[in-house]
Design a protein around this ligand. Sequence first.
Ligand code: MN3
Length: 249
Amino acid sequence: MISAIGVGVAAAGAGVARAQPAASSGGAGGRPPLLSPDELGWDAAKGEYTLPPMPYAYDALEPHLDATTMEIHHTRHHAAYVKGLNTALARLAEIRAGTGDASLIKHWSREVSFHGAGHVNHALFWVTMAPAGAGGGGEPIGSLAAAIARDFGSFGAFATHFKGAANAVEGSGWAWLVHEPTADRLLVLQGEKQQDMMVTGVTPLLGVDVWEHAYYLRYQSRRADYVNAFMNVVNWTRVARHFDGATER
Ligand code: MN3
């Protein structure tokens, strides 16, 4: 799938070859993690994940994202992904130790994928938003803005593509802005459920949750209104940090 994307980008003729700095090839160097252990709720002592605290109050994104939705989303939905991930990892550890039911490897592996993606997606979702006008909204600047202009034509063209992808997700899922490392390009992807339809190796920079639990209380079936409102609370400074981490020039 990566090669298919690379071919498509090359065929478009818009790619500009760039020498890979030696420092970026190792991966163990200065590249910052997408999320810190605290942001991901990693408890090293217990060896399991915990629900990370929100970086702002539940009502901080009003009126675009309402406080009740944010609280339920965090304390119920996100918490369930954390619990599901820990459970699945524990059951797989039991299987490795010979005390679990090895016939359930497939089941628990699927649970790790779904709940693991659900946990990471939501941890990422919270930190890539900020109150409108106080860190949220507007447009990116710097290297991310240049890459968006290069790969989508303009910020407006990107936003139209991103929102269109979000609005067209079939059922529950996400729209993502990602960086694809082989061609060093930005892509917009749709994700179904928490993890389906993602591309191996890409770095997620920004995602919008379009599960109904993310918007139904305030927007009911008007997903497009929610997605428009979401753009008012995107923390582009944080998204740019993800981009710089992924490309590390
Ligand atoms: Mn959600």
